[in-house]
Design a protein around this ligand. Structure first.
Ligand code: ADP
Ligand code: GLC
Length: 485
Protein backbone atom coordinates (compact mmCIF):
# COMPACT_ATOMS: atom_id res chain seq x y z
CA UNK A 1 0.00 0.00 0.00
CA UNK A 2 1.31 3.47 -0.85
CA UNK A 3 0.71 5.92 2.00
CA UNK A 4 1.27 9.63 1.48
CA UNK A 5 1.85 11.49 4.75
CA UNK A 6 2.15 15.26 4.92
CA UNK A 7 3.02 16.95 8.18
CA UNK A 8 4.25 20.26 9.55
CA UNK A 9 6.93 18.49 11.63
CA UNK A 10 9.30 15.57 11.18
CA UNK A 11 11.89 14.20 13.59
CA UNK A 12 15.50 15.05 12.68
CA UNK A 13 14.21 17.67 10.21
CA UNK A 14 11.92 20.05 12.07
CA UNK A 15 10.50 19.46 15.53
CA UNK A 16 8.55 21.28 18.19
CA UNK A 17 6.81 18.36 19.90
CA UNK A 18 5.48 14.83 19.56
CA UNK A 19 3.94 15.42 16.13
CA UNK A 20 7.49 15.21 14.75
CA UNK A 21 8.17 11.91 16.50
CA UNK A 22 5.00 10.27 15.20
CA UNK A 23 5.35 11.65 11.65
CA UNK A 24 8.65 9.76 11.46
CA UNK A 25 7.80 6.70 13.55
CA UNK A 26 4.55 5.79 11.76
CA UNK A 27 6.13 5.54 8.29
CA UNK A 28 8.95 3.44 9.78
CA UNK A 29 6.29 1.14 11.22
CA UNK A 30 4.41 0.99 7.90
CA UNK A 31 7.56 0.22 5.96
CA UNK A 32 8.37 -2.67 8.30
CA UNK A 33 4.91 -4.07 7.50
CA UNK A 34 5.78 -4.00 3.78
CA UNK A 35 4.08 -0.74 2.78
CA UNK A 36 5.46 2.26 0.90
CA UNK A 37 5.22 5.49 2.84
CA UNK A 38 6.07 8.84 1.25
CA UNK A 39 6.48 12.02 3.29
CA UNK A 40 6.07 15.65 2.24
CA UNK A 41 7.38 18.49 4.43
CA UNK A 42 8.30 22.17 3.94
CA UNK A 43 12.02 22.85 3.71
CA UNK A 44 12.15 25.26 6.65
CA UNK A 45 15.22 27.41 7.21
CA UNK A 46 16.38 24.99 9.93
CA UNK A 47 16.69 22.15 7.39
CA UNK A 48 19.99 21.95 5.59
CA UNK A 49 22.42 19.32 4.38
CA UNK A 50 24.16 17.64 7.35
CA UNK A 51 25.59 14.30 8.48
CA UNK A 52 22.08 12.95 8.87
CA UNK A 53 20.31 14.82 6.04
CA UNK A 54 21.25 14.52 2.38
CA UNK A 55 19.37 16.68 -0.10
CA UNK A 56 18.86 15.68 -3.70
CA UNK A 57 17.51 18.26 -6.15
CA UNK A 58 14.61 16.57 -7.96
CA UNK A 59 14.53 19.27 -10.66
CA UNK A 60 10.81 19.49 -10.12
CA UNK A 61 9.33 22.95 -10.17
CA UNK A 62 5.75 23.55 -9.08
CA UNK A 63 3.76 26.71 -9.36
CA UNK A 64 1.23 27.00 -6.53
CA UNK A 65 -0.69 30.14 -5.56
CA UNK A 66 1.78 32.23 -7.59
CA UNK A 67 4.72 30.76 -5.68
CA UNK A 68 7.43 28.66 -7.26
CA UNK A 69 8.28 25.58 -5.24
CA UNK A 70 11.40 23.51 -5.90
CA UNK A 71 11.36 19.93 -4.70
CA UNK A 72 14.24 18.23 -2.88
CA UNK A 73 14.38 14.64 -1.78
CA UNK A 74 15.81 13.22 1.41
CA UNK A 75 15.17 10.16 3.60
CA UNK A 76 14.16 9.40 7.14
CA UNK A 77 17.34 8.64 9.03
CA UNK A 78 18.55 5.01 8.74
CA UNK A 79 15.81 4.16 6.20
CA UNK A 80 15.03 4.55 2.51
CA UNK A 81 11.66 6.22 3.23
CA UNK A 82 11.50 9.24 0.91
CA UNK A 83 10.93 12.73 2.29
CA UNK A 84 10.06 15.37 -0.32
CA UNK A 85 10.96 18.83 0.85
CA UNK A 86 9.32 21.98 -0.50
CA UNK A 87 11.81 24.73 -1.13
CA UNK A 88 10.17 28.15 -1.33
CA UNK A 89 12.05 30.99 0.35
CA UNK A 90 9.09 33.40 0.57
CA UNK A 91 7.01 30.87 2.51
CA UNK A 92 9.37 28.70 4.52
CA UNK A 93 12.73 30.41 4.94
CA UNK A 94 11.96 31.90 8.36
CA UNK A 95 12.84 31.22 11.98
CA UNK A 96 11.08 28.20 13.45
CA UNK A 97 8.12 26.31 12.06
CA UNK A 98 4.97 28.13 13.05
CA UNK A 99 6.16 31.58 14.11
CA UNK A 100 5.84 32.62 17.75
CA UNK A 101 3.89 33.49 19.75
CA UNK A 102 0.77 33.76 17.58
CA UNK A 103 1.89 32.08 14.37
CA UNK A 104 2.83 33.70 11.07
CA UNK A 105 -0.03 35.70 9.57
CA UNK A 106 0.23 33.75 6.31
CA UNK A 107 0.17 30.28 7.90
CA UNK A 108 -3.05 29.70 5.94
CA UNK A 109 -1.10 30.04 2.69
CA UNK A 110 2.05 28.25 3.96
CA UNK A 111 0.11 25.13 4.96
CA UNK A 112 -2.30 25.23 2.01
CA UNK A 113 0.71 25.20 -0.34
CA UNK A 114 2.12 22.22 1.60
CA UNK A 115 -1.12 20.28 1.04
CA UNK A 116 -1.47 21.18 -2.62
CA UNK A 117 2.21 20.44 -3.33
CA UNK A 118 1.78 16.94 -1.91
CA UNK A 119 -0.71 16.16 -4.71
CA UNK A 120 1.33 17.88 -7.40
CA UNK A 121 4.46 15.91 -6.46
CA UNK A 122 2.47 12.66 -6.79
CA UNK A 123 1.34 13.77 -10.24
CA UNK A 124 4.89 14.65 -11.35
CA UNK A 125 6.16 11.28 -10.10
CA UNK A 126 3.09 9.32 -11.38
CA UNK A 127 2.40 7.86 -7.96
CA UNK A 128 -1.10 6.83 -6.98
CA UNK A 129 -1.41 6.76 -3.17
CA UNK A 130 -3.87 4.31 -1.65
CA UNK A 131 -4.11 6.46 1.43
CA UNK A 132 -3.48 10.07 2.34
CA UNK A 133 -2.55 10.57 5.97
CA UNK A 134 -3.16 14.12 7.22
CA UNK A 135 -1.97 15.32 10.64
CA UNK A 136 -3.57 18.12 12.64
CA UNK A 137 -4.93 21.34 11.17
CA UNK A 138 -1.75 22.09 9.21
CA UNK A 139 -2.38 19.32 6.71
CA UNK A 140 -6.11 18.80 7.28
CA UNK A 141 -6.79 20.60 3.99
CA UNK A 142 -5.38 17.60 2.13
CA UNK A 143 -8.83 16.12 2.61
CA UNK A 144 -11.01 18.75 0.88
CA UNK A 145 -8.33 18.88 -1.82
CA UNK A 146 -8.70 15.11 -2.25
CA UNK A 147 -12.50 15.12 -2.32
CA UNK A 148 -13.04 18.27 -4.38
CA UNK A 149 -10.00 19.26 -6.46
CA UNK A 150 -8.40 15.88 -7.20
CA UNK A 151 -11.41 13.54 -6.96
CA UNK A 152 -11.51 12.96 -10.71
CA UNK A 153 -7.79 12.68 -11.29
CA UNK A 154 -7.05 9.04 -12.18
CA UNK A 155 -4.18 8.87 -9.65
CA UNK A 156 -6.49 9.74 -6.76
CA UNK A 157 -9.81 8.23 -7.82
CA UNK A 158 -9.51 5.41 -5.27
CA UNK A 159 -7.46 7.20 -2.63
CA UNK A 160 -8.82 7.34 0.93
CA UNK A 161 -8.15 10.25 3.27
CA UNK A 162 -7.55 9.93 7.01
CA UNK A 163 -7.17 12.79 9.46
CA UNK A 164 -5.14 12.10 12.59
CA UNK A 165 -5.78 14.53 15.42
CA UNK A 166 -2.84 15.06 17.76
CA UNK A 167 -4.30 18.13 19.38
CA UNK A 168 -7.78 19.54 18.79
CA UNK A 169 -6.91 22.77 20.57
CA UNK A 170 -5.15 24.06 17.47
CA UNK A 171 -7.66 24.33 14.62
CA UNK A 172 -6.37 26.71 11.97
CA UNK A 173 -8.92 29.51 12.18
CA UNK A 174 -8.25 31.37 8.94
CA UNK A 175 -9.83 34.44 7.37
CA UNK A 176 -12.57 33.13 5.07
CA UNK A 177 -12.06 35.76 2.36
CA UNK A 178 -8.32 35.11 2.24
CA UNK A 179 -8.92 31.35 2.09
CA UNK A 180 -11.44 31.77 -0.70
CA UNK A 181 -8.74 33.63 -2.67
CA UNK A 182 -5.92 31.23 -1.83
CA UNK A 183 -7.86 28.07 -2.70
CA UNK A 184 -9.97 27.00 -5.69
CA UNK A 185 -12.93 26.54 -3.39
CA UNK A 186 -15.87 28.83 -3.82
CA UNK A 187 -17.41 28.02 -0.43
CA UNK A 188 -18.73 31.55 0.05
CA UNK A 189 -21.01 31.07 -2.96
CA UNK A 190 -21.65 27.36 -3.31
CA UNK A 191 -23.22 24.66 -1.18
CA UNK A 192 -19.97 23.78 0.59
CA UNK A 193 -20.03 26.69 3.00
CA UNK A 194 -20.98 24.55 5.99
CA UNK A 195 -18.16 22.12 5.20
CA UNK A 196 -15.50 24.81 5.69
CA UNK A 197 -16.94 27.46 7.96
CA UNK A 198 -17.49 26.89 11.64
CA UNK A 199 -19.15 29.76 13.53
CA UNK A 200 -18.81 31.69 10.31
CA UNK A 201 -15.00 31.46 10.24
CA UNK A 202 -12.82 29.21 8.14
CA UNK A 203 -11.66 26.31 10.33
CA UNK A 204 -9.06 24.01 8.73
CA UNK A 205 -9.41 21.18 11.24
CA UNK A 206 -13.20 21.24 10.91
CA UNK A 207 -12.96 21.09 7.11
CA UNK A 208 -10.56 18.15 7.39
CA UNK A 209 -12.98 16.34 9.71
CA UNK A 210 -15.88 16.87 7.28
CA UNK A 211 -14.02 15.64 4.21
CA UNK A 212 -12.15 12.72 5.83
CA UNK A 213 -12.98 9.05 5.35
CA UNK A 214 -11.87 8.42 8.92
CA UNK A 215 -10.64 10.41 11.90
CA UNK A 216 -8.05 9.04 14.29
CA UNK A 217 -7.44 10.49 17.74
CA UNK A 218 -4.00 9.61 19.11
CA UNK A 219 -5.26 7.54 22.04
CA UNK A 220 -8.51 5.69 22.82
CA UNK A 221 -8.91 7.94 25.88
CA UNK A 222 -8.69 11.11 23.80
CA UNK A 223 -11.10 9.68 21.21
CA UNK A 224 -13.70 9.53 23.98
CA UNK A 225 -12.75 12.86 25.51
CA UNK A 226 -13.16 14.93 22.32
CA UNK A 227 -16.85 14.02 22.41
CA UNK A 228 -17.22 16.07 25.59
CA UNK A 229 -17.50 19.78 26.17
CA UNK A 230 -14.48 19.69 28.49
CA UNK A 231 -12.06 18.41 25.84
CA UNK A 232 -13.81 18.90 22.49
CA UNK A 233 -12.46 22.45 22.07
CA UNK A 234 -15.84 23.60 20.76
CA UNK A 235 -15.96 20.80 18.17
CA UNK A 236 -17.56 18.20 20.48
CA UNK A 237 -20.84 18.19 18.54
CA UNK A 238 -18.94 17.71 15.30
CA UNK A 239 -17.05 14.76 16.77
CA UNK A 240 -20.35 13.35 18.07
CA UNK A 241 -21.88 13.68 14.61
CA UNK A 242 -18.97 11.71 13.14
CA UNK A 243 -18.54 9.22 15.95
CA UNK A 244 -19.09 6.41 13.40
CA UNK A 245 -15.79 7.30 11.69
CA UNK A 246 -13.83 8.35 14.79
CA UNK A 247 -11.18 5.91 16.04
CA UNK A 248 -8.70 5.98 18.90
CA UNK A 249 -5.28 4.55 18.06
CA UNK A 250 -2.62 4.83 20.72
CA UNK A 251 0.67 6.40 19.60
CA UNK A 252 3.71 4.17 19.70
CA UNK A 253 7.44 4.50 20.10
CA UNK A 254 10.33 3.74 17.81
CA UNK A 255 12.32 1.75 20.36
CA UNK A 256 15.29 1.63 17.97
CA UNK A 257 16.07 5.22 18.91
CA UNK A 258 14.48 5.46 22.39
CA UNK A 259 16.45 2.61 23.89
CA UNK A 260 18.47 2.85 27.14
CA UNK A 261 20.96 0.30 25.84
CA UNK A 262 21.96 2.24 22.74
CA UNK A 263 20.43 5.75 22.77
CA UNK A 264 22.90 7.82 20.73
CA UNK A 265 22.31 10.94 22.86
CA UNK A 266 23.37 9.21 26.10
CA UNK A 267 26.86 8.70 27.51
CA UNK A 268 25.87 6.02 29.99
CA UNK A 269 23.77 3.10 28.80
CA UNK A 270 21.84 0.62 30.90
CA UNK A 271 19.14 -2.04 30.93
CA UNK A 272 16.51 -3.33 33.36
CA UNK A 273 19.02 -5.93 34.65
CA UNK A 274 21.94 -3.50 34.82
CA UNK A 275 20.82 -0.15 36.11
CA UNK A 276 24.31 1.07 37.11
CA UNK A 277 24.50 3.26 33.96
CA UNK A 278 21.28 5.02 34.98
CA UNK A 279 22.75 6.03 38.33
CA UNK A 280 26.10 7.05 36.84
CA UNK A 281 24.20 9.12 34.28
CA UNK A 282 22.15 10.68 37.08
CA UNK A 283 25.34 11.74 38.83
CA UNK A 284 26.72 13.34 35.65
CA UNK A 285 23.39 15.08 34.99
CA UNK A 286 23.36 16.47 38.54
CA UNK A 287 26.93 17.76 38.24
CA UNK A 288 26.14 19.36 34.91
CA UNK A 289 22.88 20.95 36.12
CA UNK A 290 24.00 22.16 39.54
CA UNK A 291 27.64 22.80 38.77
CA UNK A 292 28.08 25.96 40.78
CA UNK A 293 25.74 25.03 43.58
CA UNK A 294 25.81 22.49 46.33
CA UNK A 295 23.27 19.74 45.75
CA UNK A 296 22.15 16.81 47.86
CA UNK A 297 22.61 13.79 45.57
CA UNK A 298 20.55 11.40 47.67
CA UNK A 299 17.30 13.27 47.00
CA UNK A 300 14.78 11.92 44.51
CA UNK A 301 15.44 13.74 41.26
CA UNK A 302 12.41 14.95 39.29
CA UNK A 303 12.46 15.94 35.62
CA UNK A 304 10.33 17.99 33.24
CA UNK A 305 10.79 18.19 29.46
CA UNK A 306 7.97 20.14 27.93
CA UNK A 307 6.50 22.61 25.51
CA UNK A 308 5.33 25.33 27.86
CA UNK A 309 1.61 25.78 27.23
CA UNK A 310 -1.36 25.70 29.58
CA UNK A 311 -2.01 22.14 28.32
CA UNK A 312 0.96 20.81 30.26
CA UNK A 313 -0.47 21.53 33.73
CA UNK A 314 2.35 23.78 34.91
CA UNK A 315 -0.25 25.99 36.62
CA UNK A 316 -0.75 23.38 39.34
CA UNK A 317 2.98 22.85 39.75
CA UNK A 318 3.12 26.51 40.76
CA UNK A 319 2.22 26.60 44.44
CA UNK A 320 3.00 22.90 44.89
CA UNK A 321 6.63 22.15 44.10
CA UNK A 322 7.97 25.10 46.15
CA UNK A 323 7.28 23.40 49.50
CA UNK A 324 9.35 20.35 48.46
CA UNK A 325 12.20 22.43 47.12
CA UNK A 326 12.13 24.51 50.29
CA UNK A 327 12.18 21.43 52.56
CA UNK A 328 14.89 19.96 50.34
CA UNK A 329 12.99 16.70 49.93
CA UNK A 330 13.26 16.68 46.11
CA UNK A 331 15.37 18.26 43.41
CA UNK A 332 14.13 19.23 39.99
CA UNK A 333 15.65 19.59 36.52
CA UNK A 334 13.52 21.37 33.92
CA UNK A 335 13.99 21.78 30.17
CA UNK A 336 11.48 23.67 28.07
CA UNK A 337 10.33 26.76 26.32
CA UNK A 338 7.10 28.31 25.17
CA UNK A 339 4.72 30.73 26.88
CA UNK A 340 6.61 33.56 28.54
CA UNK A 341 4.70 33.16 31.82
CA UNK A 342 6.07 29.63 32.38
CA UNK A 343 9.58 30.52 31.28
CA UNK A 344 9.55 33.33 33.82
CA UNK A 345 8.13 31.01 36.49
CA UNK A 346 10.99 28.50 36.13
CA UNK A 347 13.61 31.26 35.89
CA UNK A 348 12.40 32.59 39.24
CA UNK A 349 12.12 29.10 40.74
CA UNK A 350 15.76 28.42 39.89
CA UNK A 351 16.78 31.76 41.45
CA UNK A 352 14.88 30.98 44.66
CA UNK A 353 16.15 27.40 44.98
CA UNK A 354 19.51 27.27 43.19
CA UNK A 355 20.63 24.09 44.94
CA UNK A 356 17.41 22.22 44.26
CA UNK A 357 16.07 23.46 40.92
CA UNK A 358 17.86 23.76 37.59
CA UNK A 359 16.14 25.25 34.54
CA UNK A 360 17.35 25.24 30.95
CA UNK A 361 15.29 27.34 28.60
CA UNK A 362 15.13 26.23 24.98
CA UNK A 363 15.14 23.11 22.90
CA UNK A 364 17.92 20.60 23.48
CA UNK A 365 17.62 17.05 22.17
CA UNK A 366 20.49 15.55 24.15
CA UNK A 367 19.47 17.17 27.46
CA UNK A 368 15.90 15.95 26.85
CA UNK A 369 17.14 12.37 26.49
CA UNK A 370 19.37 12.73 29.60
CA UNK A 371 16.48 14.03 31.75
CA UNK A 372 14.12 11.31 30.53
CA UNK A 373 16.74 8.62 31.12
CA UNK A 374 18.52 9.62 34.32
CA UNK A 375 15.99 11.29 36.63
CA UNK A 376 13.95 9.22 39.12
CA UNK A 377 10.53 10.71 38.38
CA UNK A 378 9.08 12.51 35.38
CA UNK A 379 6.39 15.14 36.02
CA UNK A 380 3.51 15.47 33.58
CA UNK A 381 0.48 16.92 35.40
CA UNK A 382 -1.28 17.82 32.14
CA UNK A 383 -4.63 19.61 32.00
CA UNK A 384 -5.26 17.55 28.88
CA UNK A 385 -2.99 15.21 26.93
CA UNK A 386 -4.09 13.67 23.62
CA UNK A 387 -1.47 10.97 24.04
CA UNK A 388 1.86 12.12 25.41
CA UNK A 389 5.08 10.45 24.40
CA UNK A 390 7.51 11.64 27.04
CA UNK A 391 5.87 9.59 29.80
CA UNK A 392 6.23 6.51 27.57
CA UNK A 393 9.88 7.28 26.81
CA UNK A 394 10.53 7.91 30.53
CA UNK A 395 9.11 4.52 31.51
CA UNK A 396 11.40 2.72 29.09
CA UNK A 397 14.34 4.28 30.96
CA UNK A 398 12.99 3.30 34.38
CA UNK A 399 12.02 6.92 35.11
CA UNK A 400 8.69 6.87 36.89
CA UNK A 401 6.00 9.12 35.41
CA UNK A 402 3.82 11.21 37.71
CA UNK A 403 0.78 11.98 35.59
CA UNK A 404 -2.77 13.20 35.73
CA UNK A 405 -5.45 10.67 34.78
CA UNK A 406 -6.34 12.15 31.43
CA UNK A 407 -6.20 11.29 27.69
CA UNK A 408 -3.28 9.14 26.64
CA UNK A 409 -1.69 9.42 30.10
CA UNK A 410 -4.64 7.40 31.44
CA UNK A 411 -4.13 4.82 28.68
CA UNK A 412 -0.41 4.30 29.32
CA UNK A 413 0.25 4.84 33.03
CA UNK A 414 -1.22 2.61 35.73
CA UNK A 415 -1.04 3.77 39.34
CA UNK A 416 1.42 1.71 41.41
CA UNK A 417 -0.39 1.99 44.74
CA UNK A 418 -3.66 0.73 43.28
CA UNK A 419 -1.89 -1.92 41.13
CA UNK A 420 1.23 -3.08 43.02
CA UNK A 421 1.70 -6.02 40.60
CA UNK A 422 1.94 -4.04 37.40
CA UNK A 423 1.59 -0.34 38.24
CA UNK A 424 4.17 1.61 36.24
CA UNK A 425 3.75 5.15 37.57
CA UNK A 426 1.93 7.43 39.96
CA UNK A 427 -1.41 8.81 38.92
CA UNK A 428 -3.70 11.51 40.33
CA UNK A 429 -7.10 12.69 39.17
CA UNK A 430 -8.12 16.21 40.19
CA UNK A 431 -6.43 19.12 38.48
CA UNK A 432 -5.17 20.75 41.68
CA UNK A 433 -1.87 21.59 43.38
CA UNK A 434 -3.01 19.64 46.45
CA UNK A 435 -3.56 16.42 44.51
CA UNK A 436 -0.26 16.81 42.73
CA UNK A 437 1.47 17.42 46.08
CA UNK A 438 -0.01 14.19 47.47
CA UNK A 439 1.35 12.32 44.48
CA UNK A 440 4.81 13.84 44.93
CA UNK A 441 4.75 12.79 48.59
CA UNK A 442 3.95 9.24 47.47
CA UNK A 443 6.90 9.42 45.12
CA UNK A 444 9.20 10.51 47.94
CA UNK A 445 8.15 7.54 50.12
CA UNK A 446 8.57 5.11 47.22
CA UNK A 447 12.05 6.45 46.63
CA UNK A 448 12.93 5.94 50.29
CA UNK A 449 12.03 2.24 50.03
CA UNK A 450 14.67 0.76 47.74
CA UNK A 451 12.87 -2.53 47.22
CA UNK A 452 9.58 -0.89 46.33
CA UNK A 453 11.31 1.58 44.02
CA UNK A 454 13.00 -1.27 42.25
CA UNK A 455 9.70 -3.06 41.58
CA UNK A 456 8.25 0.16 40.21
CA UNK A 457 11.27 0.65 37.93
CA UNK A 458 11.01 -2.91 36.64
CA UNK A 459 7.27 -2.51 35.99
CA UNK A 460 7.88 0.73 34.09
CA UNK A 461 10.66 -0.76 31.99
CA UNK A 462 8.42 -3.65 31.01
CA UNK A 463 5.67 -1.35 29.72
CA UNK A 464 5.98 -1.30 25.97
CA UNK A 465 4.07 0.68 23.38
CA UNK A 466 5.84 -0.17 20.12
CA UNK A 467 5.15 1.78 16.95
CA UNK A 468 4.66 -1.57 15.15
CA UNK A 469 1.35 -2.02 17.03
CA UNK A 470 0.24 1.51 16.15
CA UNK A 471 1.22 1.10 12.49
CA UNK A 472 -0.68 -2.19 12.32
CA UNK A 473 -3.87 -0.64 13.67
CA UNK A 474 -3.66 2.12 11.10
CA UNK A 475 -3.19 -0.44 8.33
CA UNK A 476 -6.25 -2.37 9.53
CA UNK A 477 -8.21 0.86 9.35
CA UNK A 478 -6.86 1.62 5.85
CA UNK A 479 -7.82 -1.89 4.72
CA UNK A 480 -11.34 -1.51 6.04
CA UNK A 481 -11.72 1.75 4.09
CA UNK A 482 -10.32 0.32 0.88
CA UNK A 483 -13.12 -2.24 0.86
CA UNK A 484 -15.65 0.60 0.73
CA UNK A 485 -16.36 2.79 -2.28
P1 ADP B 1 3.70 17.36 22.90
O1 ADP B 1 3.70 16.85 21.52
O2 ADP B 1 2.37 17.80 23.38
O3 ADP B 1 4.73 18.40 23.12
P2 ADP B 1 4.69 14.70 23.62
O4 ADP B 1 4.97 14.11 24.95
O5 ADP B 1 3.84 13.91 22.72
O6 ADP B 1 4.09 16.17 23.88
O7 ADP B 1 6.03 14.93 22.80
C1 ADP B 1 7.00 15.87 23.12
C2 ADP B 1 8.25 15.59 22.32
O8 ADP B 1 9.02 16.78 22.23
C3 ADP B 1 9.17 14.55 22.95
O9 ADP B 1 9.94 13.92 21.95
C4 ADP B 1 10.06 15.42 23.84
O10 ADP B 1 11.27 14.80 24.16
C5 ADP B 1 10.25 16.62 22.93
N1 ADP B 1 10.54 17.89 23.62
C6 ADP B 1 9.66 18.70 24.23
N2 ADP B 1 10.26 19.80 24.71
C7 ADP B 1 11.55 19.68 24.36
C8 ADP B 1 12.71 20.50 24.57
N3 ADP B 1 12.64 21.67 25.21
N4 ADP B 1 13.90 20.07 24.08
C9 ADP B 1 13.98 18.88 23.43
N5 ADP B 1 12.93 18.08 23.20
C10 ADP B 1 11.74 18.46 23.68
C1 GLC C 1 0.38 16.46 20.42
C2 GLC C 1 -0.14 16.15 21.80
C3 GLC C 1 0.57 15.00 22.49
C4 GLC C 1 0.80 13.85 21.53
C5 GLC C 1 1.55 14.35 20.31
C6 GLC C 1 1.83 13.25 19.30
O1 GLC C 1 1.38 17.40 20.41
O2 GLC C 1 -0.10 17.29 22.63
O3 GLC C 1 -0.21 14.56 23.58
O4 GLC C 1 1.54 12.83 22.16
O5 GLC C 1 0.78 15.33 19.66
O6 GLC C 1 0.66 12.62 18.88
Amino acid sequence: MTILLASAELEHFAKVGGLADISAALPIGWEKLGHDPIIVLPKYACISESDSITLIDMHIELSICSHTVHVYKSHIQHTMIPVYLLDCDELYKRPGIYGNPDGYVDNDLRFYVLCKAAFEIMIKLHISPDVISAHDYHTALLLPLLKLDYAHHPLFARTKGILTIHNAQYQGWYDKYRMQDISNWDFLNDSHESWFLFNNSFNALYAGINFSDAIVAVSPGYAKEVLTEQFGEGLEHVFQQYQYKLHGILNGVNYESWNPEKDEYLNKHFSADHLEGKYEGKQILIERSFSKNRHNDSLPLFGIVSRFTSQKGLDILDGCIEQFLHEETVSLIVLGSGDEIYQEYFTQLQKRFPTACSYTQGYDESLAHAILAYTDFFLMPSAFEPCGLTQIYAMNYGTIPIVRKVGGLKDTVLDFDSNPMNGNGLVFTDFSSEELAKCIRRAISCHADKQMMNILIQNAMQSHFPISATAEQFVKLFDSLRDTH
